[in-house]
Design a protein around this ligand. Structure first.
Ligand code: AGP
Length: 614
């Protein structure tokens, strides 16, 4: 997933663009570049491989002055990370400059066609085809706007594009095709902004327009025009964004991931706010547009998601089946989109996605829509494609999640599924008023429980110093703690690069126990629930084979001290909310291990915050 920023107005474009790209660097960081129209009319490009800091050094040596420009941080898909493949890309005769997020699926054929006409390419990217095509259309006599539109109608695949040209020196064009990550327009006073994501431009304006697929826009300092790809003008909604700009900054934290772990009590308060009605013991989810008729006729819910959001869905299955008594199947979105799920109008498909832009999840949503399912989403990124595609949604309201490793989105999306289960249960009559009130009352303590876990951060830091050199980890859980084990393993592997597996503890005897030895730390989730005794037995089996066991257990559990090598204590939580509390020590353990290993916590190798390509 790449980051894009554009600007036109009275400010220095180079500064606005680079500051904005800094807030998007989590989206991709193989290379970065910026293009600015100079005061003499020329469009000049500065770009370099590697992190944004390299581009900043370049600009310090050779600054760019001008009031209209655009920039890009790249996560390479076509063409290796290199200076020549870094965006922006310029057409052969230098008239057209482009930055692009997504994939031009038919670029090879288009490139052959253009080369046959004598066009010389300077890079290996699919993006350069866009610049060359526009220039060819302009050379044939079309206006720049028409040339852009023709090109957009010719390229296949999901793309977000920004175009500059010396032919219209005060204008930026941008467009969105499919689900290639958003194009957000920031509406300022006498200035206009373009960004892939809200945090990049939030300090300048809170008034945002989110382009839909197959829409383009023309921007000048004095205004904008949104249109479809046939040139028909459109009147978009201008959204007022409530986030404060500070929330997108690291503040006193060392990493965004650390900040977001510690923001979880606040994020839980925000996601429950206005929805958990503690006074009346009820739940309000107006954006879900639930009705008794719909809730009562539902026969099945599919939950579709990727990565951490998928593990959140595995917890959600327990919540919805236990509270609302609706069968739930949880599927990887990347699998769901390619098999033929049995769906009808009595099926709901719930997508869970922090970014709201994950290509596999969006494709699964579209597959569900085509098959007639009711389409829901639990999303964090306001205005994202998933939020707009769904019939009903719950906004996580966790604030921007910048760190590539998802943390507060996991805990808030579980809380949101709990709320959804309560709302469905009430509408279906599977919940007595007393049970519903109890379930709502149980939420009151949740932010405080999360805060109490965070208070033990020094213990997790110390534990990390003992285990950061391990080469393999095993995370074991049962029941509702099994998805937490999976999530703990994912956190560790994606930021520390240590191989880690989450496993249902009951499965150990069917093979994986052969892995256990003194070099393999085993993290066992042994909180007091119906499967506690089974987990104690698992811990004993691992110890009997020389394993090193780190037990995550309940405060006051003395017995576990006799069984495990190390014990992490967490406060007792209502069983259905325990995953929210139990995951936090695993987030912090992984974070501290990664820091001790000198890993790039917020921008792990090979990863991007939102995977908008297949
Ligand atoms: C989680 O730490 C990872 N960054 C990744 O698995 C992520 O959860 C996944 O790509 C889904 O992203 P989404 O929630 O934005 O759809």
């Amino acid at each position: 997933m790449c980051g894009i920023v554009g600007y036109v107005g009275p400010r220095e474009a180079s500064r606005v663009v680079v500051q904005g790209l800094k807030r998007l660097e989590y989206r991709g960081y193989d290379s970065a570049g910026v293009a600015v129209r100079q005061v003499d009319g020329r469009i000049v490009i500065r770009r370099d491989v590697g992190k944004l800091a390299n581009l900043e050094q370049l600009l310090a040596q050779w600054p760019l002055a001008g009031q209209i420009g655009m920039g890009h941080t790249r996560w390479a898909t076509h063409g290796a990370p290199s200076q020549r493949n870094a965006h922006p890309h310029i057409s052969m005769n230098g008239r057209i400059v482009v930055v692009h997020n997504g994939i031009v699926e038919n670029f090879a054929g288009l490139r052959e066609e253009l080369e046959a006409e004598g066009v010389q390419f300077a890079s290996d990217t699919d993006t350069e085809v866009i610049a060359q095509l526009i220039e060819r259309y302009v050379a044939s006599g079309l206006t720049l706007e028409t040339a852009v539109r023709h090109t957009l109608n010719q390229i296949k695949g999901a793309s977000a594009v920004v175009v500059m040209s010396q032919d219209e020196p005060d204008t930026l064009y941008c467009a969105r095709l499919g689900n290639a990550g958003g194009i957000t327009l920031g509406v300022g006073q006498g200035e206009m902004f373009i960004a892939s994501d809200i945090p990049a431009i939030l300090e300048y304006t809170r008034h945002m327009i989110f382009l839909e697929s197959r829409q383009m826009a023309r921007l000048t300092a004095t205004g904008y025009q949104v249109m479809d790809l046939q040139g028909q003008p459109l009147t978009p909604t201008i959204h007022a964004i409530g986030w404060d700009p500070v929330s997108a900054e690291k503040g006193e934290y060392k990493h965004f991931m650390q900040k977001e772990i510690f923001e979880q009590p606040r994020a839980l308060i925000d996601t429950l706010g206005g929805r958990a009605d503690f006074e009346n013991g009820r739940v309000h989810l107006p954006e879900m547009k639930l009705t008794a008729n719909l809730a009562q006729r539902l026969q099945k819910i599919f939950i579709v998601a990727c990565g951490t959001s998928y593990y959140s869905g595995l917890v959600g299955k327990f919540l919805i089946e236990s509270i609302a008594r609706i069968p739930v199947e949880v599927e990887y979105a990347s699998e769901f989109r390619y098999y033929d799920p049995i769906i009808d109008q009595n099926t709901a498909v719930l997508a869970i996605t922090q970014s709201g832009e994950t290509a596999d999840t969006l494709a699964a949503m579209e597959q569900a829509r085509e098959k007639g399912a009711v389409l829901w989403a639990i999303v964090n990124a306001y205005g994202s494609q998933a939020m707009r595609l769904a019939d009903g949604y719950i906004a996580m309201q966790a604030g921007p999640e910048i760190g590539v490793a998802s943390t507060k989105a996991f805990t808030t999306s579980i809380a949101d599924q709990y709320l959804l289960a309560c709302a469905l249960g009430e509408l279906r009559g599977t919940l007595s008023a007393a049970r519903l009130r109890q379930l709502v009352d149980d939420l009151v303590q949740l932010p405080n429980l999360a805060g109490r876990v965070l208070d033990h951060d020094p213990q997790y830091q110390e534990l990390a110093s003992q285990f950061f050199k391990a080469t393999d980890f095993l995370f074991l859980g049962r029941g509702i703690n099994y998805p937490v084990a999976l999530e703990g393993a994912l956190k560790l592997k994606e930021i520390s690069y240590i191989h880690a597996e989450g496993y249902p503890a009951g499965e150990m005897k069917h093979g994986p126990i052969a892995l256990i030895d003194e070099t393999m730390p085993v993290v066992a989730l042994v909180t007091k629930d119906a499967l506690y005794d089974k987990m104690i037995s698992q811990v004993q089996q691992a110890k009997a084979r020389g394993g090193i066991v780190i037990a995550l257990a309940q405060e006051g559990d003395a017995a576990i001290q006799q069984e495990a090598d190390h014990v992490i204590h967490v406060p007792a939580a209502p069983p259905l909310l325990a995953p929210i509390v139990n995951v936090i020590p695993l987030q912090l353990l992984s974070y501290h291990i990664a820091v001790r290993r000198g890993a790039d916590v917020d921008q792990p190798r090979n990863l991007a915050k939102s995977v908008t390509v297949e």
